[in-house]
Design a protein around this ligand. Structure first.
Ligand code: PMV
Length: 350
């Protein structure tokens, strides 16, 4: 529980949660290989729980989407479900909050690979648990948020909820063994994944905190193209089923890159880390999840002096990241704008 982000003030309780960035290992992580994810503390989602709605029942309001609804009147809404499951977990009745509205705001770009949905959900769970003075451990928050993520994305790996709830750089590894995987039918695979996820999210989440030797300066470029994560994930699954040997080879190669990236990250070896990010991008291109727009931005960043650059998240659209330093970050940001990025964001990760 990150008390520093929670400010009980009179009848209002506020909580927040960061955006996330997958540094390396996306897609292969779905098949049990490791991935590294980072929280982006300067992009955040907020939930404010405020009293005094005239006892109209607990409401959720999202002013940015001009939406407001009563939780018990729309229990199927993923955020209603999340609040209700959080209350159940805290052994509290919705009536305890009958006079409250939870207002959600966020400065995280939506559907751009930065985990805005998981950040909103995490802020919501934190606000409710903090208001009821029953703090939840990061693992428990992550588990609640994972259920909400499933409503939006099907069977996500769980990396978004993990990094956001833990709010620190993580090593994430789900671990379903290769023999299990190669002998399974589609349905068995799905059952296995669900079982593993249930086990992992319930007890030992596959999350290890990571140390970062030197602060990282990252420049993020948004292609402006939105692609639902489940689409490239589904395509990779089809291709893996059609050619498991080639795809397992690619996933293993990504796993090896991610292991080396961990060493480079902890020793602050930015040169090696950059080369590894480039290698990861090449493997993602072979997997078929890159796109011309992403590659234009990646090339622009490399030409402007980035140590390395790659797509981040599901691909086909969304964002790319470039590893920069203090001297090059503004040139890279400018090059990304020139190359057509719809948004550019420079951030430091410690
Ligand atoms: O597009 P994002 O940021 O939600 O990231 C998806 C990451 C994948 O590895 C492609 C899928 C997953 O569930 O881990």
């Amino acid at each position: 529980m990150h008390q520093s982000h929670i400010t009980p003030a009179g009848h209002q309780t506020r909580a927040s949660a960061p955006a996330k960035l997958i540094l390396c290992g996306e897609h292969a992580v779905v098949y049990g290989r490791p991935a590294i994810a980072l929280p982006l503390n300067d992009l955040r989602a907020y939930a404010a729980l405020e009293r005094g709605n005239g006892n109209r029942g607990l409401h959720i309001a999202v002013p940015d989407l001009q939406g407001s609804w009563q939780v018990e009147a729309e229990p199927e809404h993923p955020l209603s479900e999340l609040v209700l499951s959080t209350l159940r977990r805290l052994r509290a009745a919705p009536t305890e909050l009958a006079d409250y509205t939870i207002t959600i705001t966020s400065n995280i770009p939506v559907a751009g690979g930065l985990g805005s949905g998981a950040a909103v959900a995490t802020a919501l769970v934190r606000a409710v648990s903090s208001h009821l003075e029953r703090p939840l451990r990061a693992d428990a928050v992550s588990e609640l948020v994972y259920s909400c993520e499933q409503r939006y994305h099907g069977t996500p790996s769980g990396i978004d909820n993990a990094v956001i709830a833990h709010e620190q750089a993580i090593w994430f590894e789900r671990g379903i063994s290769d023999p299990e995987r190669s002998e399974a039918t589609d349905q068995q695979m799905l059952d296995m994944e669900l079982l593993h996820l249930a086990e992992l999210t319930r007890s030992k989440t596959p999350v290890e905190p990571l140390s970062i030797g030197e602060p990282l300066t990252l420049v993020l470029g948004d292609t402006g193209l939105r692609s639902e994560t489940r689409l490239p994930v589904g395509e990779v699954r089809r291709r893996w089923q059609a050619d498991p040997v080639a795809y397992d080879y690619l996933f293993n190669a990504v796993g090896s890159v991610v292991r080396q990236a961990r060493v480079a990250l902890s020793s602050g070896d930015i040169t090696s880390l950059g080369l590894l990010l480039n290698e990861n991008q090449e493997l993602l291109e072979h997997m078929g999840v890159s796109s011309p727009e992403l590659e234009t931005l990646i090339e622009a960043a490399r030409s402007a002096g980035a140590w390395g650059a790659k797509l981040s998240g599901g691909g086909w659209g969304g964002i790319m990241l470039a590893l920069a330093d203090d001297d090059t970050s503004s040139d890279i940001a400018e090059a990304l704008r020139q190359a057509g990025a719809s948004q550019v964001h420079t951030t430091q990760v410690h």
